[in-house]
Unconditional design. Structure first.
Lengths: 835, 227
C-alpha cells in the first residue's frame, strides 16, 4: 500500500467516489458547483455573444466606410468632393412618419434609400413574415419593405398598400435586416424602407421637419482619408462625419452596464455556491476522518491519503463543471429567447471561451472553498483508529478565509467587475445581513419563551431551529434577500408604469403631433378644436443645436453622461413664446415684456435643470446653430417645467421675433377619449406631413420592453435562488445525522411519521416564512423610498407582498422536508444499533 | 400468575449478505407475564439487540410472531407499531438518547404527549422529582452528567406507565458506582409499578437481579428460559 503508484491513486479515488456517490454531502457539493458553473457560463455566453454581435456589426454598422450625417442635406460641394475622389456614393433620408391604413395608424421610422444603398453589408428580406431570408436588393420605386411588426400592428399583409404622407406604396417584402441599424439595437418604432425616388411625392419632408440626411461613401482608404480631410473643416454644426471606428459607443456602454449587473448576479451565485461547497466539503472531510486514519494505519503517507481525497473532489468537480457548462450554455439560449426582439436576430455563437471560463470559475471556487476543510484529512492522526476522540488540528482561519478570498478575488477579476460597485454592494449586503441577522436572532430567542406552551410538533420544529440559531438566521436572510430581489423586480415591472399613468390627470394629452407645416397650422388647429376640447396651443418648433456658451464650445463645458451632455448631443427643439407656457414657473430672471430692441441680444428662457447641468446663469450668451445659421441669445430667465403634464415642453424658449425668419413646423398635444381612432386616421390623412404619436402605444411598447428585460433578470436570479438552495441543502447535510438520530428515537418512543413530517414542515416553513416576511418588508420599504423620493409618486401598500411569506414557506418548507427525508424514514432500530 | 404480556413464538431473523442469507436469530420462543423481569445476556454479535428490537416492535422477524400487550405485531405497519409502543412500551438506552433540543422536563413529557395525555407536564414533573431531579427540570441534556441523563431517561421510560420496559445496557456508559445507583432506581421503579422488564446486558451482576435470564450464542438460546 505504501508503494501505491500515482497512476493507481486516481483509479482508487474514482472507485471510492463511485461508492460514495450516494453520500448527501457529495450530491450537494456537486449541485452547488453545477449552479456556480452554469450561472457564470450562461452570463459569460450572454456577454460574449452580444459583444460578438456588436463587433460583427461594427464593420457594417454604417452601411458604408464613411458617412456624412446632418439634419439638412449635404452641400453640393461636399457631394462633388467625394465624387471627384472616385468614392462610391449613396443617399439615405430618415424621418419619423405615421403610416395610415383603414385599420389605424402606426408611427414608423421611414428610411428612403437611394441607388447603391447599402454600400457595405446587405439588406435581408423575406417574401412573407417569418419566411426564409434572402440577401440583397432594395425596394423599387412605388414599393416599400417593412418590418414584420408593422404588419402585425396594422393587420397588414404583403401586397397591401400603405400611405406614407401623400404617397401610396405597395408592401412588397418583409425587411429582416439592415446593416446600418446597429446604432439602434432596438427602436420603438417599426422600420419602413422605401425608395428615395418616392420621397418628394410623400410631401413629408418640408423645411423645418425633423429629418436625418446621410450621405454614404465607400472607396479606397487613401481617397477616404482625403475626403475626410477636405470635408472636416467645412462641416456645419448639424453635421457629423462618422467612420466605423465610432462604433456603437453608446449601445456598448448600455450593454456594458447590463453585463456588469449580470456579472454581479453571477458573483452572488458563485459566492453562495462557494458557501455550500465549503459546508459540504467540511462534512465530506469530517466523515472521512476514520477512513483517513485507517489508510494511514495501512501505510499510506500523509500526502497520499490527502491526494486520494483531493482527487475524489477533483473528479467530482470536473464532472460538475462540465455539466454546469452544458447547463449554462442551454440556459443562455433561454436568455436569448426571452430577449427575442430586443436583441439582434443574428448573434454569433460565442465559441468555447465562456464555457471554459465558467469551468475555471467552478474549479477555482472548489479549490478556494473546499481545499482548506479538506486539508484536515491529511492531518488526521493514525492513532484515531484506537481513540476516536482524536481530531486533526483544525486549519488556521487565515488559510480558510484567505483561500476563499483569493478564489473570490480571482473570479471577480475574471468578471472584470467594477470593484467599487462590487465592494459597495457586498459591504452594504454585509451590513444589512448583520443588522437583519441580529434582529432575526433576537426574534428566534424570544420565540424560545413562547415555546413552552406550544404543541409537541411546534416544539420539535422550533426546537431544531433554536438549536442552530445562527444557521437559521443566515439561511433565512439569504432566502430573504433573494426573494426581495425577485419581488422588487416584479413590483417595478408590473406597477411602476401603471401607477405613474394612473396618477396623470384624466384628460392629460394622449396624442402628440409634430411636424405641422406652417401653411396647415390654422386648418389643423380648427380640425383639432372640432373633436378635442383639451388641445394645447400649437408651438412653433425649430431644430437647433447649442454650440457655444459665452464663446466656449459646449463640449468642453459639460461632463459626460450628464443631462447637459445628452441635451447637446442632439438637436434641441427650440421654440418662441410671448407668454410663459402653462405648467412652467420662473425660478430666476424676468419674463420678457416686448420684442427685443435692435441693439440688445434677444433673450432665451432655459429649463432650470438643464441650466444647472450646463452651469448656465442669467446673462450668459448662448450660440445656436439652426439650419446652418448661427444665432446668439442671452439667458434672461430660468424655468421649472412640469414634465408630467404631457403638454409640449421645451428646454429653450426664445424671445418672439428672433426665429421667425427660419423654417418652422408646429407641434401640439391633445386628449382624445379612447375609441375615436378613426378621427386620428382622418387627421393623419388630411395632414400627411404631420407626425402623430400615440402616448398609449409608446407606453405599451415601453411596458413590453420592460417586461422582457425584467423577465430576463428574474431568469438570472433563478440561478441565485438555486445557489441559495444549495446552501440550504449543505446546511441540512451538516445536521442530517443528528436529525436521523432524532427521528429514529422519536419513532422508537412511538411517534408517528406524520408527527415527524409535521415538525419538519413547521421548522422549514417557519424559516421560509421568516425569509418571505423579511423580503416583503424590505420590498415595501424600498418601494416606499423609490416612489416617494426617486419617482415622486403616490405610494400605497402592496397587500400581495404578503404572499411572499407563503411562497417562502412553501419553497423552503418543500426543499427542507426534501433535504431531510432520510431523517423521516430512519428506522427506529438505528437507536439500538448506536447503543 | 397473570396473563402473558409479551410472547415470542419461533422467532427468526435472517438478513441477506454477500455470502448468502445470514441467520441472526434462530427459532426463539419466550413468554413473559406482567411484572416479570428478564435479562438477555450474550457476547457481542450473539443477537441480543436484534431480539430486543424484534420484541419491542422496532423491527419485524423473518419468521415467527411477537405478541405485545395483546397485539400481534406481525400484521401491523410501522405507524401502527409506533402506536403500540406509545401505549405499552418504555425504553432505556445505553447512551441515554435524550433529545438535545428539549429540556429535561420536555424529554420526560415526550411519551406522555405522544400518548395524548393532558396532564403530561405535572406527571413528568412528579417523575423527575421521584428520580431526584426536581431541581433540574429546565436543564438541557448537555447541562446534565451521564448519571443524571440516565435518570431523566428512566423517568421518561416510566412516564407513560408502560406495560413493558426495554432496557439496552442501561449502565453500560456509566462508572460502576453510578451504574449501581441507576440499576437500583430501575428495579425500584419496576417493582413499584409492576412493569415487565426486558434487559439486555453484559453485566452478570445486573443480569442476576432479574427474575429470569436467557443466554444467546450466535442466535441460539443456550440457557433456556426457566419456567
Amino acid at each position: 500500500m505504501a508503494h501505491l503508484s500515482f497512476l493507481r491513486l486516481p483509479r482508487l479515488a474514482l472507485r471510492q467516489l463511485m461508492r460514495d456517490a450516494r453520500a448527501g454531502e457529495l450530491r450537494v457539493l456537486f449541485f452547488a458547483l453545477l449552479v456556480a458553473v452554469a450561472a457564470s457560463t450562461a452570463i459569460g455566453y450572454f456577454g460574449a455573444r452580444l459583444n460578438g454581435a456588436m463587433l460583427l456589426r461594427a464593420t457594417e454598422f454604417l452601411g458604408a466606410d464613411l458617412v456624412l450625417q446632418g439634419s439638412a442635406p449635404a452641400t453640393p460641394e461636399q457631394i462633388r468632393n467625394g465624387e471627384q475622389l472616385g468614392l462610391a456614393h449613396a443617399k439615405v433620408v430618415e424621418f419619423s412618419s405615421v403610416i395610415a391604413t383603414d385599420n389605424g395608424i402606426q408611427l414608423s421610422s421611414v428610411k428612403a434609400a437611394g441607388t447603391g444603398y447599402p454600400l457595405r453589408g446587405e439588406l435581408r428580406s423575406a417574401a412573407e413574415a417569418y419566411g426564409p431570408e434572402v440577401a440583397g436588393g432594395g425596394p423599387a420605386p412605388g414599393e416599400a419593405w417593412v418590418e414584420s411588426r408593422l404588419l402585425a400592428a396594422l393587420n397588414l399583409k404583403i401586397g397591401d398598400s400603405v400611405d406614407v404622407g401623400m404617397k401610396t406604396l405597395r408592401l412588397s417584402r418583409v425587411l429582416t435586416y439592415e446593416p446600418d441599424r446597429a446604432g439602434n439595437f432596438y427602436s420603438l418604432t417599426p422600420r419602413v424602407l422605401m425608395n428615395l425616388a418616392d420621397l418628394d411625392a410623400t410631401g413629408v419632408v418640408q423645411p423645418g421637419s425633423r429629418v436625418t440626411y446621410r450621405d454614404l461613401w465607400r472607396g479606397e482608404p487613401q481617397a477616404l482619408a482625403s475626403y475626410t480631410q477636405a470635408t472636416k473643416a467645412g462641416l456645419a454644426a448639424h453635421q457629423q462625419l462618422r467612420d466605423s471606428r465610432d462604433g456603437n459607443q453608446q449601445i456598448g456602454g448600455a450593454l456594458g452596464k447590463a453585463e456588469r449587473y449580470l456579472n454581479m448576479a453571477s458573483l452572488v451565485a458563485v459566492l453562495l455556491a462557494g458557501v455550500a461547497v465549503a459546508l459540504s466539503a467540511s462534512r465530506f472531510a469530517m466523515r472521512r476522518f476514520d477512513a483517513s486514519a485507517l489508510l494511514r494505519c495501512l501505510g499510506l503517507s500523509r500526502r497520499q491519503a490527502l491526494s486520494l481525497f483531493c482527487l475524489q473532489l477533483a473528479i467530482l468537480g470536473s464532472v460538475a463543471a462540465l455539466g454546469g457548462a452544458l447547463l449554462g450554455w442551454l440556459a443562455q439560449l433561454g436568455l436569448f429567447a426571452l430577449l427575442q426582439g430586443l436583441l439582434p436576430s443574428q448573434v454569433p455563437p460565442g465559441g468555447i471561451a465562456p464555457a471554459l471560463a465558467g469551468i475555471a470559475t467552478g474549479l477555482v471556487a472548489l479549490a478556494g472553498f473546499a481545499l482548506p476543510p479538506l486539508a484536515a484529512l491529511g492531518r488526521v492522526p493514525p492513532l484515531r483508529v484506537l481513540r476516536r476522540d482524536l481530531l486533526p488540528v483544525p486549519a488556521s482561519s487565515w488559510l480558510v478565509y484567505g483561500a476563499a478570498l483569493l478564489a473570490l478575488g480571482l473570479i471577480m477579476w475574471r468578471l472584470s467587475l467594477d470593484l467599487l460597485l462590487t465592494f459597495a454592494l457586498l459591504g452594504g449586503g454585509l451590513v444589512a445581513a448583520l443588522v437583519l441577522g441580529g434582529l432575526l436572532l433576537l426574534g428566534l430567542r424570544s420565540l424560545r419563551r413562547l415555546l413552552a406552551g406550544a404543541p409537541l410538533a411546534w416544539r420539535l420544529g422550533l426546537g431544531q431551529l433554536l438549536k442552530h440559531p445562527l444557521a437559521a438566521a443566515g439561511q433565512s436572510l439569504a432566502f430573504g434577500m433573494i426573494l426581495l430581489a425577485m419581488a422588487l423586480i416584479a413590483l417595478l415591472r408590473t406597477e411602476l408604469l401603471d401607477t405613474w399613468q394612473n396618477q396623470l390627470p384624466k384628460d392629460a394629452p394622449n396624442y402628440f403631433v409634430l411636424n405641422i407645416l406652417p401653411d396647415d397650422k390654422d386648418t389643423f388647429a380648427q380640425r383639432l378644436n372640432e373633436f378635442s376640447v383639451h388641445a394645447a396651443p400649437l408651438f412653433p418648433v425649430i431644430p437647433g443645436r447649442l454650440t457655444l456658451i459665452n464663446g466656449e464650445p459646449v463640449r468642453e463645458i459639460v461632463s459626460k453622461e450628464s443631462t447637459g451632455d445628452r441635451a447637446v448631443q442632439r438637436d434641441l427643439s427650440l421654440t418662441w413664446a410671448a407668454d410663459l407656457p402653462q405648467g412652467n414657473t420662473l425660478s430666476a430672471g424676468q419674463w420678457w415684456q416686448a420684442q427685443p430692441t435692435a441693439d440688445a441680444l434677444p433673450g432665451v428662457s432655459v429649463e432650470a435643470q438643464l441650466a444647472e447641468s450646463l452651469k448656465l446663469k442669467l446673462g450668459d450668451t448662448l450660440t445656436f446653430s439652426i439650419g446652418g445659421l448661427e444665432r446668439q441669445v442671452q439667458v434672461s430667465s430660468l424655468r421649472t417645467v412640469n414634465w408630467d403634464s404631457f403638454q409640449p415642453n421645451f428646454y429653450m424658449i426664445f424671445q418672439p421675433g428672433t426665429l421667425q425668419d427660419l423654417p418652422t413646423t408646429y407641434l401640439t398635444s391633445f386628449y382624445l377619449a379612447p375609441g375615436h381612432d378613426q378621427q386620428v386616421v382622418a387627421l393623419s390623412r388630411a395632414f400627411p406631413a404631420a407626425t402623430i404619436l400615440q402616448v398609449d402605444a409608446l407606453l405599451e411598447q415601453l411596458r413590453s420592453i420592460l417586461a422582457q428585460v425584467t423577465l430576463a433578470v428574474q431568469y438570472v436570479l433563478l440561478f441565485v435562488l438555486a445557489a441559495g438552495l444549495a446552501v440550504l441543502f449543505a446546511g441540512l447535510q451538516a445536521t442530517l445525522d443528528e436529525r436521523i438520530h432524532q427521528g429514529a428515537l422519536l419513532r422508537a418512543l412511538g411517534a408517528s411519521r406524520s408527527l415527524l413530517v409535521k415538525a419538519r414542515r413547521i421548522e422549514f416553513g417557519l424559516l421560509g416564512a421568516a425569509s418571505g416576511l423579511l423580503a416583503a418588508l424590505g420590498t415595501e420599504l424600498i418601494s416606499l423610498l423609490l416612489y416617494r423620493y426617486a419617482f415622486d409618486l403616490h405610494w400605497s401598500p402592496h397587500p400581495w407582498l404578503l404572499l411572499l411569506p407563503v411562497i417562502g414557506a412553501l419553497l423552503v418548507g418543500g426543499a427542507g422536508v426534501f433535504g431531510t427525508r432520510r431523517a423521516l424514514n430512519a428506522s427506529p432500530l438505528t437507536v439500538l444499533r448506536e447503543g | 400468575m397473570g396473563p402473558s404480556i409479551l410472547t415470542a413464538r419461533n422467532l427468526s431473523k435472517v438478513v441477506p449478505s454477500a455470502e448468502g442469507d445470514l441467520t441472526i436469530l434462530h427459532e426463539l420462543s419466550l413468554e413473559l407475564k406482567q411484572g416479570d423481569s428478564l435479562a438477555i445476556v450474550g457476547a457481542s454479535g450473539s443477537g441480543k439487540s436484534t431480539l430486543l428490537g424484534l420484541l419491542a416492535g422496532l423491527d419485524l422477524p423473518s419468521a415467527g410472531s411477537v405478541t405485545l400487550a395483546g397485539h400481534d405485531l406481525g400484521p401491523l405497519d410501522e405507524d401502527q407499531r409506533a402506536q403500540v409502543r406509545a401505549e405499552h412500551v418504555g425504553f432505556v438506552f445505553q447512551s441515554f438518547q435524550l433529545l438535545d433540543s428539549l429540556n429535561a422536563l420536555e424529554n420526560v413529557m415526550l411519551p406522555l404527549e405522544l400518548d395524548g395525555r393532558r396532564d403530561a407536564r405535572e406527571h413528568a414533573r412528579s417523575l423527575l422529582e421521584r428520580v431526584g431531579l426536581g431541581q433540574r427540570l429546565s436543564h438541557s441534556p448537555r447541562q446534565l452528567s451521564g448519571g443524571e441523563q440516565q435518570r431523566v431517561a428512566i423517568a421518561r421510560a416510566f412516564a407513560a406507565e408502560p406495560a413493558v420496559l426495554f432496557a439496552d445496557e442501561p449502565t453500560g456508559n456509566l462508572d460502576s458506582h453510578t451504574g449501581e445507583r441507576i440499576s437500583d432506581l430501575l428495579f425500584e421503579l419496576n417493582k413499584e409499578r409492576g412493569t415487565t422488564l426486558v434487559l439486555v446486558t453484559h453485566d452478570e451482576r445486573l443480569a442476576h437481579r432479574c427474575g429470569r435470564l436467557i443466554r444467546l450464542e450466535a442466535g441460539h438460546l443456550v440457557t433456556p428460559l426457566e419456567p
